[in-house]
Design a protein around this ligand. Sequence first.
Ligand code: ADP
Length: 354
Amino acid sequence: LKYTEDLVKIKKLHNQVQEAKGNIRVFCRCRPLSKEEISSRYSTVVDFDAAKDGDLGVLTAGSTKKFFKFDRVYTPKDDQVDVFVDASPMVVSVLDGYNVCIFAYGQTGTGKTFTMEGIERNRGVNYRTLEELFKIAKERNETFTYSISVSVLEVYNEQIRDLLANSPTSKKLEIRQVSEGVHHVPGIVEAKVENIKEVWDVLQAGSNARAVGSNNVNEHSSRSHCMLCIMVKSKNVINGECTNSKLWLVDLAGSERLAKTDVQGERLKEAQNINRSLSALGDVISALANKSSHIPYRNSKLTHLLQDSLGGDSKTLMFVQISPSENDLGETLSSLNFATRVRGVELGPAKKQI
Ligand code: ADP
C-alpha cells in the first residue's frame, strides 16, 4: 500500500511540475553537416553558444542573427541517449494513465527518422520509449497489471493505411468517437505485445508494409506521416482502479515547400495534403494554447487521429529538426517559426547584431 501511496504522491508532484510548465514542450535538434555539404563548402548558419539555456541563434541574410527559444536545444554532438533522457518522463505519464504525443517535425533530411526510429545499433525515441515502458511496467508489477498493444498507421494523401493489416491498401479507414474523449479507428489491427522483442517484430512488419507499392521508399516516407500508437490498459491490483492511455509516436511528412515549377499532378496533390495537415497541426496547437473554445481537430486526418492526445490532460513533445547548412536557411527559419508558434512564445526580431 505504501508503494501505491508513494506513486500517487509522485504522480501529483509530476503533474504539478507539468502544469507549471504547460503541457507542450518543444525540443530543437540540429543534425551535423553532411559529407556533401562539407565537400560543397557550405557553412553553418546555426550557433549553439547558449544552447544549454535553450537558446538558438541563426545567422540570417544580411548577417543579422535571429534568436529562438526552446525547452531544449540539441547540438549535432548530442546523441540518442541525450535526447531520450529528456523524453523519458513521458513514459511515466503514459503508465500513470495520461495520453502522450511525441512527434518530429521538419524538412526532409533533417533527422526526423533518425530521432524517432534511429538507425541500427543507435536506436531512437520509439524503441527506447517502448523499452522503458516495459521496464517501468515490470518494476510496478506488484501494484499494477498492464496490457500493452501497438498499431502502426500511415497517413498519405489524407488516407489512413493500417500497416499491420494483411492487405494494407484495401480497406478505407475512418475515425470514430467511441466515448467522451476517446477516438478510435474501427477495424484497425492492435497487436498485443508482452515484451520489447515482440514490439520490435511489430515495428519491422510495419516498416516492411510501408515499402510495399512504392517505387522509392525514401520519397514515399518523406511525403507521408508514420504514426505508432501504443495503447496501455492499466489495473491497480490493490484498489481495482483502471486507466486507458495512448502514446503516439509520429514521424511527420517533410515540411518543405516545393518549388512551384516542380509541382504538378500527383505531386501537387501530395504537397497540398502535407501542407494542409501540417498547418492543421499548427492551428490545433495554437487554438489549445489560446484556450480557444473551438479546437479544429477535424481539419485533417493527422489532427483527428491525435485528438485524444493533443490538449486536455495530455502531454505533447515536439522535436523540431533542422539542418545547420546555409543552403537550407529558408526551410530552417520556416521550421523554427512553426515551432515557435507551437511553443506559444514569440521572441522579438534580432536581439543581437554580429
Ligand atoms: P528525415 O527523416 O528528416 O528525412 P533522416 O532521419 O533520414 O531525415 O536523416 C537524414 C540523414 O542524416 C540520415 O543519413 C541520418 O542518418 C543523418 N542524421 C540525421 N540526424 C543525425 C544526427 N543527429 N547525427 C548523425 N546523423 C544524423
